[in-house]
Design a protein around this ligand. Structure first.
Ligand code: PEP
Ligand code: MN
Length: 452
């Protein structure tokens, strides 16, 4: 037992090790690697990436979302890359998120909780363990925190040293996010400048006129002597799929204020559709930390599955603790979502409901690229809003794969991306992302749904 006054350590929480004896899906094979133990020891001693107080703040912000008083915007790459952690690319994504948030805040007159799928989204579940090209079979790419994208034997080895690079890349990304959002860049009075540097297109023009309107409103308030302190900076939280439990466990610390375990690799962690087995390792581990937790719910989810997940992950029914991120597909959302929402409502649990309109709408085009149609993405969001409206529940947010770059990965939009652009502007290592223009368009559309 811990002496009174002494802060406990993770050794005082044996439940943090329970997952090790459970079934674990999608986890790397690297425990026998010569560097595994030294990497884990190093990660167990490094400074936390986020602080427990911020995690608590996010949980209470999400409680507002659960109560229908704020909207959650979560966005970023499907898979971040180490090489992609440059100032330009990070600022492009942060600016796009801030623009989307301002469109939503202004359009729907509602506070927006902002979360980057950033600073840690370096591991991926895959539908197949192997990939075969021209008769050669190698382990699948699982995100740069596990192995390399290049199709050669060396690069595809599961290497625990990549977790250290993942930690340091997350730290530098987070540092820049904090600098942007706390250092004056996110001041609402510069709402105009966030559009600079992006390609001009219909969404860009629409944003510009909204920014001019906000500018006028701000000048008016300034003239009235309003206090602008709350406009100066903003909170952008981070979240990623907590797939690599070796990493997540090593980054877990006991908070000196609450004496509770927090996974300090990010503010928010989610469990993927493929790893949400009730008795499996991922659900078990995340049930033991205080962070707000998300679970992806695919089209086969039943109301009983959702209720069992609530019992495991949110036994105290704490608003803000649990977010369900539904990703049914545009053709299934209206049919499959109501029973789940009704079941949760009957139980009296207050979860945050978020639409991921990306993962149920992935298609392959004949040229071999994985893509998504903008219209399907919008249709799933519309279906999500319709279902919640019919049931009297709050459609709490969206979770999108997006980038600030002018890529061509998803089809359509008002300045339509065609398949012919994929050859030159398709950059993702994993799933296709909305580009800057498509992301803004989604925000305008969602703001209209929310304002109704
Ligand atoms: C993802 O978010 O990239 C992902 C793999 O999602 P899901 O678990 O919903 O398939
Ligand atoms: Mn994805």
């Amino acid at each position: 037992m811990t002496l009174p006054g002494a802060v406990p350590t993770t050794n005082d929480f044996p439940e943090l090790e329970e997952w090790r004896s459970l079934t674990i899906h999608q986890h790397p094979q690297w425990a026998e690697h010569k560097d595994f133990t030294s990497v884990i020891n190093e990660l167990s001693a490094v400074p936390p990436l986020v602080f427990a107080g911020e995690v608590d703040q996010m949980r209470s912000d999400l409680a507002r979302v659960a109560n229908g008083e704020a909207f959650l915007l979560q966005g970023g790459d499907c898979a971040e890359t180490f090489a992609g952690a440059t100032a330009d690319k990070i600022s492009g994504r942060v600016k796009t998120l801030l623009q989307m948030a301002v469109v939503l805040t202004y359009g729907a007159s509602m506070p927006v909780v902002k979360m980057g799928r950033m600073a840690g989204q370096f591991s991926k579940p895959r539908s197949s363990n192997d990939e075969t090209r021209e008769g050669i079979t190698l382990p699948s790419f699982r995100g740069e925190m596990v192995n390399g994208f290049d199709f050669d034997e060396n690069s595809r080895i599961h290497d625990p040293n990549r977790m250290l690079t993942g930690y340091h890349t997350s730290a530098s990304t987070l540092n820049l996010i904090r600098a942007f959002t706390k250092g004056g860049f996110a001041d609402l009075r510069s709402v105009n400048s966030w559009n600079k540097g992006f390609t001009a297109n219909p969404a860009h023009a629409r944003y510009e006129s909204l920014a001019a309107e906000i500018d006028r409103a701000i000048k008016f308030m300034e003239a009235c002597g309003a206090d602008f302190a709350p406009f100066k900076d903003t909170d952008v939280y981070t979240g990623h799929e907590a797939l690599l439990l070796d990493f997540e466990r090593a980054l877990t610390r006991i908070d000196s204020r609450t004496y509770q375990p927090y996974d300090t690799s990010a503010h928010f962690l989610w469990i993927g559709e493929r790893t949400r087995g009730l008795e499996d390792a991922h659900v078990n581990f995340l049930s033991k930390v205080r962070n707000p937790i998300g679970v992806k719910l695919g089209p086969t989810t039943t109301a009983d599955d959702a209720l069992a997940l609530i019992d495991k992950l949110d036994p105290n029914r704490e608003p803000g603790r649990l977010t369900f991120i539904t990703r049914m597909g545009a053709d299934k959302i209206r049919e499959n979502l109501p029973a789940i929402v009704e079941g949760v409502q009957r139980e009296g649990a207050k979860v945050v409901w978020v639409a991921d309109p990306m993962h149920g709408n992935t298609i392959s085009v004949p040229s071999g690229f994985k893509t998504r149609r903008y219209d399907d993405v919008i249709d799933e969001i519309r279906g999500f809003f319709e279902v919640h409206e019919a049931l009297g529940t709050f459609p709490g947010g969206i979770h999108v794969e997006m980038t600030g770059d002018d890529v061509a990965e998803c089809l359509g939009g008002s300045d339509p991306i065609e398949e012919s652009s994929f050859a030159d502007r398709y950059e993702t290592l994993c799933d296709p992302r909305l580009n800057h223009q498509q992301s803004l368009e989604i925000a305008f559309q969602v703001a209209e749904y929310l304002a109704k």
